[in-house]
Each structure stands twice: as C-alpha cells, then as structure tokens.
Design a protein around this ligand. Structure first.
Ligand code: PEP
Ligand code: MG
Length: 582
C-alpha cells in the first residue's frame, strides 16, 4: 500500500505512532452500492451470517449477565432477540437484496428505516419507543456485517497495546469514557471540532488527536500503520521508513521538552514582576485529582460533574443517586487535601447528551442544556445540590453554575440552594454554610450584563469554549464551521477583556476555565488583560506556568491595552505574536 496524508483539526498535542483500530459507525450510516446478478446469493449469505452472529452474541451477553443485574436487563436482551428473529428483520432485507440488488448494509438500513417510520405513527407511546430497540438491533447486525468491533479490546499494557490508534467516524464524550482504562496512543475522527467535548476529553487524557479528518474511517483500514501529528492536525497513513524516522525523532524531542517542564512542578507560579498567579485544574472524575496534585495545581477550577451522569448503560440507576454523587465529590475534596474544589453543576445537553434521554432539541446547543435543564428537573437538581453540600463538610468546595443568562435563573438557582441547605439543616446533616457560589460566564448576554451577576454571586468563571461558540454563532462540534472558531475575533476579545476588568474592579474573583486558559499562545494575552486565575487540564499546567514565569506584567499590560483597540485580524494576530516575544 502506498503512503498518503490526511488533514484535520489538531485537538490534542504530540506525536502518536501506531496501528489503526477502526471503530464501527455508531449510526446507521453505511455505504450504498448495487451488486451484480451473480453476487446476490453471496450477499444474502453475508447478511444471514451477520444475523446468526448477533444471535450468538446476544446469547453470550445473556449467559454472562451478573447475578445481581437488574431484571430489566435480561428482558431487554430477550426483546432484542425477538426482534432479530422477526421475519421483518431476518427475511425482508434478504428480499431487498434479491429484488433491488442493494448491498447487504443498504438493504438492512432500508428495512430498519421503513420499520422505524411505521413505529413513529403508532399511537401507543410504549410501542412507539420500541423503535429505538429496532435501531439498536440493526446497529448490532451492521457491526457484525462490517466486521469492526465496537469496543476497544482490553489490553494489559504489553508492548503492542500502547501503539493502538483509534479511528472512528465520531466518538461521543460518553464513548471516550471507555478509553480511560484502555491503553491506546491516539485517536482520529471524521467529524468534530476543536472544542467539542470529545476533543476536551482527549486533551485531558493527554493523547495526540486529530478530528474533522474527512472520511478517515473509510480511507484508513484496520491495522494500517499511522502517524498522528497532533500539533499540525496531520495523519500519515502507511508512512515510509524515512518519514517514520523523522516523526520518531520529533516525538523524542517532545518527550525531552516535557521532562524539562517537570522541573517546574514545585516552583511558585509568579510573574517576573512578582505577581502570584493561581493555576487550577479541570477534571472530569475524582480520580483525575491525582494528576492535578501531581502537576502542582492550587485546586480544581472546574469539575465537570456531568461525566458522572454519562456512560451509565447497565447501571441499576439511570442517574447517580445522592449518595453516589456525594461519594464522588467527597473523594475529590479529600484527594485535594484542603485545596479548593470547584464543582460545576450538571452541564448536560448539546454534545453531552444523557444516555437515556433521546436528543429531540431542534438545535441542541441553543436548547434545554445545563442550568436550563436542571431548573426544569428540580428533583434531579436538588439531589445534586444536596450531594455537593454534604461533601462540603469534608473540605473547601465552591459551587459553579453553567449557562446562566437571566437574573431569574440566578435567583431560582439560589433559592434551590437555600432550600437544599434548609433540608440538610433540618436533617442535622453537616455542610459548609458559606460555600461560595459562582457563575460561568459563557453566554454573551451574561458577559454584557455582569452587574446582575456580581450583585448576586461570589465568583465568576469565563467559559471561553461556549462564549466563543455563542458570540460567533458557530457550533463548536461542527467541523464544517471549525475554521470560523476564533478566540482572537475582536468581539471575543472585547467580551473577555471587559468581563475581566469589570470583575476585577468590583473585587470579584474571576478565572478562565475554557480551553483558552490552557493554550500557551494565549497566556500572555490573558495576563495582560488582568487575569490572575487560570483553570486548565493538568497536562497543560506546567507549560502555562513556564509562560507565566517568563512574563512581566509591567510590559504586558500596556501592550495588551493596545490590542483591545484593534479590529483588523492581521493586526491582532501580529500583536498577539509580539506579546510572546516581549
Ligand atoms: C466552556 O464553555 O468554556 C467550559 C469550560 O465549559 P464546557 O467546555 O464544559 O462547556
Ligand atoms: Mg461551557
């Protein structure tokens, strides 16, 4: 095979070299082609084989159900086996192959779609929902047909395992969870944007990744040798030995540079002029606190609690219970040994859907996500608030609310927190009565009406990922508009600098916890705007600290003021580059 190169969006730095492990498509998105007369029976046999394989697979899952598995799980598998045996699935697609000459995948998907639309018209809500079961069975057969495994093989840290690179059409943040306990060295997807949550998780795992590589999952074959250059967003398929050597050398250089940064761990984070800068960590799970401590973080600036609510298929409870959440929050607080832990309340929706809730919003990024969802589900929200408050008896916790835009949302949230406190008081359960409450500033409307927030809350944290998405009206997960995602757009810089300045003037603590905070190219700009608190992935912390140690605010502050008067992109880019040379 000849070597070729693919281009995408770089989302997580570093070089990865390894063999491709292709993940099956998650959706019913397949190739469509017509087959010749003499291929019909072979195609029919291929589909029959896949159906038989899925029967066997379901049987194995049934046999291996743990003793304490909820009864519904067995019933659920039975339903799938019944659907699979129904002639509508086991025979109709074969007829489609014979009569229309469709390839097996196309025939199967045609029939599933036909059945799904019939189910949509059923009045009985329970039966209507069985549509999802039919689609899941269809997906299983498709996976058997394409021969690609949906799950990553478990690996035990032997030599070969570390060189596995995952290639997929898309990976949901929930699917990324399974990567946490599997060794692999990089990932590539056909779709996705710079600040999609999938990309954010890749960065937190600290593995090279490139997304938005159009057709990667069809062009790359199982077992192909791959190089990911996560800095440039380049993927080299079946590299020549010369190219391989060049990248190995680059990889070794990067490892040496990282080692050098390791020496900064114990150094205080102060600028050349002596200003102390707080460096906090973003985490998804309590176990990530170990990385945060290791990197020398002053605390947790963003605990994305929604990850506790994802990947729960197979759990007895769809949502984590109050006790389950309490244990997780307590674990984080204890692990941080007295350093503050900022827990953000559930930010579900948009590109972080719940496993069990079907995404029906017409425009999920503008829909019922984060605090909007929580306020519409008061019982669920109350459970989380109680769990967080209970954990606050074990160490310093700060409560952070995502996606606020309206005064009444803040007031309703504060009223619910007061109610949770009153309940705990009555039950004689301990909590921190003065636990600080803060808001994410991530909707332009919030950035433009800061006095509403400052009056009601104790601290603010700018979520630049969403602030950029909503200011520039581009979906952060859509690779077709990824080129428009620009942290240096003058409108973004205006909102950032005014928000930091107004908060500082009011004496309200303010941080940035979006991806900009961990981007070393932005460190000096943010320092110059007056930012003194940065929250980022632990893996970025030392590189940002290195920038801070070499920055002089007496020089940066006036230079940054000049940038805020610029509008032309070229002039802004040049001025930001200049900051890095000061
Ligand atoms: C942000 O929007 O910048 C942020 C930190 O939150 P998330 O990326 O989880 O939406
Ligand atoms: Mg956000």
């Amino acid at each position: 095979m000849t070597s070729f190169t693919l281009h995408g969006i770089p989302v997580s730095r570093g070089i990865a070299i390894g063999r491709a492990h292709i993940l099956a498509p998650a959706a019913l998105d397949v190739q469509h082609y017509l087959i010749a007369d003499d291929q019909v029976e072979a195609e029919v046999a291929r589909l029959q084989c896949a159906i038989t394989a899925v029967h066997a697979e379901l049987q194995t899952i049934w046999n291996e159900l743990p003793q304490d598995a909820p009864a519904e799980l067995g019933a659920f598998i039975d339903v799938h086996a019944l659907i699979l045996s129904d002639p509508m699935i086991s025979e109709m697609p074969l007829d489609i192959i014979r009569s229309r000459y469709y390839n097996a995948e196309w025939a199967l998907v045609t029939q599933i779609e036909e059945l799904s639309s019939q189910f949509e018209e059923i009045e009985d809500a329970y039966l209507r929902e069985r549509k999802a079961d039919i689609q899941q069975v269809g997906e299983r057969v498709l996976k058997a047909l394409t021969g690609s495994a949906n799950f990553l093989p478990k690996v035990d840290g032997n030599e070969g395992s570390a060189s596995m690179i995952v290639v997929a059409h898309d990976i949901s943040p929930a699917d990324m969870l399974q990567f946490r306990d599997r060794a692999f060295s990089g990932f590539i997807t056909d779709v996705g944007g710079q600040n999609s949550h999938t990309a954010i998780v890749a960065r937190s795992l600290d593995i090279p990744a490139t997304v938005g590589v159009s057709n990667a999952s069809t062009l790359i074959e199982q077992g192909d040798w791959l190089i990911i250059d996560g800095d440039a967003g380049v993927v080299v398929v079946d590299p020549t030995s010369v190219v391989l050597d060049q990248y190995r050398e680059k990889q070794a250089r990067q490892i040496r540079e990282r080692k050098k940064l390791g020496k900064l761990k114990k150094m205080p984070s102060v600028t050349l002029d002596g200003t102390a800068i707080t460096l906090l960590a973003n985490i998804e799970f309590p176990d990530d606190c170990a990385h945060a401590m290791d990197a020398g973080a002053h605390g947790i600036g963003l605990f994305r609690s929604e990850f506790l609510f994802m990947g729960r298929t197979g759990h007895a409870h769809k949502l984590p219970t109050e006790d389950e959440q309490f244990e997780s929050y307590k674990k984080a607080v204890v692990a941080m040994k007295g350093r503050p832990v900022t827990i953000r309340t559930l930010d579900i929706g948009a590109d972080k859907p719940m496993d069990f809730a079907e995404q029906t919003a017409l425009n999920p990024a503008l829909g019922l996500r984060a605090i909007r969802f929580c306020l519409s589900e008061p019982q669920m929200f109350m459970t989380q608030l109680r769990a967080i408050l209970r954990a606050s008896a074990f160490g310093p916790i700060k409560l952070l609310i995502p996606m606020l835009a309206h005064a009444f949302e803040i007031d309703q949230t504060l009223a619910m927190i007061a109610q949770a406190k009153a309940q705990l008081r009555e039950e004689k359960i301990k909590f921190d009565p003065v636990l600080p409450i803060g808001a994410m500033i991530e909707i332009p409307a919030a950035a433009l009406t800061l006095p509403l927030f400052i009056k009601r809350l104790d601290f603010l944290s700018i979520g630049t990922n969403d602030l950029i998405q909503y200011t520039l009206a581009i979906d952060r997960v859509d690779h077709e508009v990824a080129h428009l995602y620009n942290p240096l757009h003058p409108a973004v810089l205006y909102l950032l600098s005014t928000t930091i300045a107004i908060a500082a003037k009011a004496g309200v603590e303010i941080s940035v916890c979006g991806e900009m905070a961990g981007d070393t190219q932005m460190t000096r700009l943010l320092l110059g705007m007056g930012l003194r608190e940065f929250s980022m992935h632990p893996s970025q912390l030392l590189a940002v600290k290195n920038e801070i140690l070499n920055s002089d605010l007496n020089v940066l502050t006036p230079a940054t003021r000049k940038i805020s008067r610029l509008y032309e992109p070229k002039a802004i880019n040049e001025a930001v580059e200049q900051l890095r040379l000061l």
